[in-house]
Every structure is written in structure tokens, then in C-alpha cells.
Design a protein around this ligand. Structure first.
Ligand SMILES: *Cc1c(COP(=O)(O)O)cnc(C)c1O
Length: 462
């Protein structure tokens, strides 16, 4: 008997027109103005190979966003496929509530071996936002379990991004995106992030002021080592170390959100290694599985963990979990990805410098205010007037103008507001990085006439 063609192979026979019609009829896309999307020619990906993606028309594109900051080793990686397939033959999922599974146990041990010293326990979840929710709740309950009910606020930083669940939004509200929800948020205090870097002292003073006056009601401080979604703004050297010292002085836990920066993205395994410090809670996601499956983790210390030990009726338990917590497929592929990344790490600094050299000419572009790079994270800020740093209006969507030209030339990139974000997979070779930056530079050139027209229309209001 001939095997039936399987359901997924059968999808290859669907025409582009059918897939586009289904997409526009049935799907609601994340972070996407759908009115405009429905009027657009969508990209629907059919397969990936290395650092490239193929759409349903057979066009190949460089993955210039690492599929939104996740991808580490490229697509369709033999080692990761093999790990996934091997695990699939054993079991796809079994709950972690009150029991364990083999890959989740092995990955926890491996993560702790490579994580900043002092971290000792791994709590799994399924996205960066949930890794952050868990860190926030753990921090608050850590104090509550010891009788400190007042320590329930979290100090965050302006323009940091921690995910889209309400708890994560609560520590990083953005009036532009979160306006319907602002009234529902707990009103956590915030301090200015030290960017530009000459604001370091001002930022630390603000942090210390909040800590000094409110430490009795602060459970933790949460910070991104590089503002990712805030536009790729790296913190200055010494910032994380200073936060570590201040948090210790005022008895507040330090949460570092490395969902974006973790797993080699800044050129090191974790960004906080550069400062030689360890947080009390470390949030990981995105690159954890190399960009294969939704898996996240919150790492913490034995000190935090021990505060949750007690008799059942004391209710010190962390009553938090997700249906897919510690998913074995995700953990298996994460194990394989981590080993591959450890082999790859020594090659990263040279690539980061090549990338810097290739990108440098972009800082001369008449509408580029600043070119920012932290390892494989690049933000190119587009402004109407370089000298005065006048921004284009939000509605002009200038980042999307450049992204559209890049797409036509064979690379997918995605802006955040007026910042074009370029985030190549770590596996990109030096030759591929050069090709990708060549496309990016050409896209900025292509966009010049449109940007000039938009800037001219702005003049009367300036
Ligand atoms: C992407 C991101 C998150 C949220 O992760 P999701 O998997 O999208 O929920 C949290 N923090 C940072 C720093 C991120 O970049």
C-alpha cells in the first residue's frame, strides 16, 4: 500500500492565490496594522535554508530579522533537526506539574553550567513575556513568603520592553501602544535608561533615589542590558554592575531580561557576562531553542528558591505554570542549539567587527541620525533632519519605506517606529553578512527620494 501523501506535503500543492486568500480571510497578525496588511502583498514563507527564507512564489530572502530576533544557527539546521526528530520518536509532550521529563532535566543542568555564577534553578515557560511574568511574580512572592507583603513594586526603565502580557506591560508601559490598558497597570516606578551614555550618572541617581525612598515597597528592579524594542540602545559599561551594587545595598532583587540579548546575540553567551555580574533572576527566551520552538526559562538563585520551601499549608509554593511548561521537543532542540552555539562563540567577535565595518558608510546617509550596534543587534535611526534630530511623524512609517526596498532586493527587515532593525542570524558567514549589509545600504539609497519628499513636506511645521 502506498503511503498517503501527508497533510503537510499536500500544502505544497496549494496555489499562492489560495494561501493569500486564506491568510487574509482567517488570520490576525501580531503587531500588525491589519487594515494596511489586508491591502498589501503579504510575504508567506514556505521554507528556510541557512540564513534565507523562501516565500510561496519561490522568492528567496535573507532573514534580516533572525525571524524576529530568535534565529541563531539559520534554518533547517541538520543538528537541530536531528535532535528534534530523535525526541519526537520518544515523546512530544508530558506535563511538568509535579513530574519531570528527560530533556527538561538535562537542559536545566546544562543551562546552569553555562549561566552566570550563582544561578541554580530553572523555571520553564513558553515565551519571553512569560519568562518575565514569572520573574516578577517570583520576586514579589520571594518577599511575601518571608513576611514582607509591602515589597510588591518593580522598578523598571523607560523604553525597556519586556513582552506583551499585562504583567510585562505593567513594568514597561508605552503610551503609544498600550493606551487602552494604562489604567489597569499597577503604577510601577520607572527610571530613565542611560542612553545616550553621558546620562549614566543621571540614570543611576534616579535609580538610587527610588531605591532609597521606596526600598520597603520594592521587590525588584528589572532591566534590559540593551534596549531592544526600544530601538537597540546599548547600556554603557558599568551600568549593570552599578545596578547590582545598588540592589544589594537596598535589598531589592535584580532581574535581568536577556530574552533578546541571550544566546550570543551581543557576541557573548549572555550580555551580563561583560559586566561580570549575576542577577537574582535571569529571563531567557528567543534564541534558547535557536529559533525553533517556543520555549523560555527564568533562572534564579538557591536563595530565591529556598524562600519557596515550606509546609504545604504555608502556601509558599509558586502556584504558576503553563500547559506546555518544559516541553520536551523545545528542551531537546535547546540542548542541541546550546552545544552548537558554544562551538560557534569564538567566531562571533570577528563577525561583529566585520558587520561594524560593512555598516559604517550608512552613518553618512542624509536621513540617518545614528547607527547603533551591540553584537548582532543593529538599529539605524531615521530622522527628517540630522542636524536637529527632527523625527519624521509616526504615521509616515519611514522605517517601512526602507524595509520595502530591502524586501524588493531580497532581504526581510522590520523597523520599530523610525528605527530600522537589522538582526542577522549568528550563523551568517562573513560573506553573507556583507551581502546583507549591501542590500541594506542599497535600500537606504532607494528610499532617498521618498524620504526627501517627506522631509520637504515637513518643513513648514519645523
Ligand atoms: C521579545 C522580548 C520579550 C518578549 O518575548 P516574547 O517571546 O515575544 O513574549 C521580552 N523581553 C525582551 C527583552 C524581548 O526582546
Amino acid at each position: 500500500m502506498h503511503p498517503q501523501p501527508n497533510l503537510i506535503d499536500a500544502l505544497d500543492t496549494l496555489s499562492p492565490e489560495t494561501l493569500i486568500a486564506w491568510d487574509k480571510t482567517y488570520v490576525w497578525h501580531p503587531f500588525t496594522p491589519m487594515k494596511q496588511y489586508l491591502a498589501s502583498e503579504p510575504v508567506i514563507i514556505r521554507r528556510g535554508q541557512g540564513v534565507k527564507l523562501e516565500d510561496i512564489h519561490g522568492n528567496w530572502y535573507y532573514d534580516g530579522t533572525s525571524s524576529i530576533w530568535l534565529n541563531v544557527h539559520g534554518h533547517n539546521v541538520p543538528e537541530l533537526n536531528a535532535a528534534l526528530e530523535a525526541q519526537l520518536r520518544r515523546i512530544a509532550h508530558a506535563t511538568m506539574l509535579g513530574q519531570a521529563n528527560v530533556p527538561a532535566v538535562a537542559l536545566a543542568k546544562r543551562l546552569i553550567e553555562v549561566a552566570p555564577p550563582g544561578l541554580q534553578r530553572v523555571f520553564y515557560s513558553d515565551s519571553g513575556a512569560t519568562a518575565v511574568e514569572i520573574a516578577l511574580k517570583m520576586a514579589i512572592q520571594f518577599w511575601a513568603n518571608q513576611g514582607w507583603r509591602s515589597k510588591r513594586y518593580i522598578l523598571g526603565f523607560t523604553n525597556n520592553y519586556h513582552g506583551d502580557t499585562l504583567g510585562a506591560v505593567g513594568v514597561a508601559p508605552d503610551p503609544l501602544f498600550h493606551w487602552p490598558f494604562l489604567d489597569l497597570l499597577p503604577g510601577h516606578p520607572r527610571a530613565p535608561y542611560p542612553y545616550p551614555h553621558d546620562r549614566l550618572a543621571e540614570s543611576l541617581e534616579a535609580v538610587e533615589h527610588v531605591l532609597r525612598t521606596r526600598h520597603h515597597e520594592l521587590a525588584a528592579l528589572i532591566v534590559e542590558p540593551v534596549e531592544g524594542a526600544g530601538g537597540i540602545l546599548p547600556a554603557p559599561a558599568g551600568f549593570l554592575r552599578a545596578l547590582r551594587t545598588l540592589c544589594d545595598r537596598y535589598q531589592v532583587l535584580l532581574i535581568i531580561d536577556e530574552v533578546a540579548t541571550g544566546f550570543g546575540r551581543t557576541g557573548r553567551l549572555f550580555a551580563c557576562e561583560a559586566e561580570g555580574i549575576s542577577p537574582d533572576l535571569l529571563c531567557l527566551g528567543k534564541g534558547l531553542t535557536g529559533g525553533y520552538l517556543p520555549l523560555a526559562a527564568t533562572l534564579t538563585t538557591e536563595r530565591v528558591f529556598e524562600a519557596f520551601l515550606g509546609e504545604v499549608e504555608e502556601r509558599k509554593t509558586f502556584f504558576h505554570g503553563h500547559s506546555y511548561t518544559g516541553n520536551p521537543l523545545g528542551c531537546a532542540v535547546a540542548l542541541a542549539s546550546l552545544e552548537l552555539l558554544l562551538q560557534r562563540l569564538p567566531s562571533l567577535p570577528a563577525k561583529v567587527e566585520r558587520l561594524r565595518a560593512h555598516l559604517a558608510p550608512l552613518s553618512e546617509h542624509p536621513f540617518v541620525a545614528e547607527l547603533r550596534q551591540a553584537g548582532f543587534m543593529v538599529g539605524i535611526e531615521i530622522v527628517a533632519d540630522r542636524a536637529r534630530r527632527t523625527p519624521f511623524p509616526y504615521g509616515a512609517q519611514v522605517g517601512f519605506i526602507v524595509a520595502r526596498h530591502a524586501r524588493r532586493r531580497g532581504m526581510l527587515v522590520r523597523p520599530i517606529g523610525s528605527v530600522l532593525i537589522f538582526m542577522p542570524p549568528l550563523a551568517a558567514t562573513e560573506a553573507e553578512l556583507e551581502e546583507m549589509t549591501t542590500i541594506l545600504k542599497a535600500a537606504f539609497e532607494d528610499a532617498l527620494p521618498e524620504l526627501e519628499r517627506l522631509a520637504q513636506n515637513l518643513q513648514p511645521n519645523v
